[in-house]
Design a protein around this ligand. Structure first.
Ligand code: ADP
Ligand code: MG
Length: 254
């Protein structure tokens, strides 16, 4: 009789796709019998296991889907090597409230000062906090737009760029946008405006964005949306890579 019941519970867990609970049912029941645990204890530990494994799998999946070029953590960012960084602003960003408030982050500075590292670090933290995140470079966006011009825009891809809770656009400034591409980028930022967060990194100051986008009005309109609710972090100094090579990356390096 109880074998029948056990069989039914297993089937029910399978049907409900509670696979971890299904796999660990016998183990939990045995433990409960040995330690005289209550039914509620069994349910609690069984569902707890299921949720823990789901959270872990979700994290792995979100990390994969984020397309980070490398994994960088905020914890490995040597803040003393970057005296120009606004520490208070970074501390505030770490708590991820900016994503809840659909605010943007703009990281500006010359090559090698840690813009991409910080963008990925924030992205990884977002992924760990449960937010879907997607990393692209400006070049990736241009490639996408070109493919779209040839084949028609792949709708799901565009929807993903518009709707993902945190979008990271790295390296605006290294590649030139032509007019259709600049319009497309503007529309992307416009559609995300006040709905979702975007992190942008650039080696160019805002005054140079007219050249990058090939259009002063468009650049103005884009920056207007991007900067309305935003945290702008200016990073200065020499490339961290070069300083490392010279053996001099330290807080005292100007
Ligand atoms: P950027 O995007 O500004 O050109 P990156 O973020 O790619 O620079 O940094 C270049 C390299 O130096 C990366 O490997 C990055 O991890 C490292 N780096 C830069 N700044 C720091 C820092 N303050 N602490 C630790 N590593 C850093
Ligand atoms: Mg970079």
């Amino acid at each position: 009789m109880s074998e029948l019941l056990l069989h039914r519970v297993r089937r029910q867990l399978e049907t409900l796709k509670l696979t971890t609970a299904r796999e660990r049912l016998d183990e939990h029941l045995q433990r409960a019998a040995q330690r005289e645990l209550s039914h509620l204890d069994v349910l609690d530990s069984l569902l707890g296991d299921e949720l823990a494994l789901r959270a872990e799998r979700g994290l792995v999946t979100r990390t994969k889907l984020a397309h980070f070029p490398t994994l960088k953590s905020l914890d490995t960012f040597d803040i003393d090597a970057q005296p120009s960084l606004d520490r208070k602003a970074l501390t505030e960003l770490r708590n991820m409230a900016f994503i809840e408030r659909a605010e943007n982050v703009v990281l500006l500075g010359p090559p090698g000062v840690g813009k991409t590292h910080l963008a990925i670090g924030l992205g990884l933290r977002a992924v760990q906090a449960g937010y879907r995140t997607y990393f692209v470079t400006a070049q990736d966006l241009l490639d996408l737009i070109r493919i779209a011009q040839l084949d028609g825009i792949p709708g799901h891809k565009q929807r993903h760029l518009v709707n993902v809770p945190l979008l990271i656009i790295d390296e605006i400034g290294y590649v030139q946008f032509d007019r259709p591409a600049a319009t497309w980028l503007f529309q992307l930022i416009e559609r995300r405006y006040e709905r979702h967060s975007t992190i942008v990194t650039s080696n160019k100051s805002f005054a140079d964005w007219s050249d990058i986008l090939g259009d002063t009005t468009m650049a103005g309109a884009l920056l207007d949306r991007l900067l309305h609710h935003s945290h702008v972090l200016n990073l200065k100094g020499e490339s961290y890579r070069l300083r490392k090579r010279k053996g001099g990356a330290s807080a005292s390096t100007p």
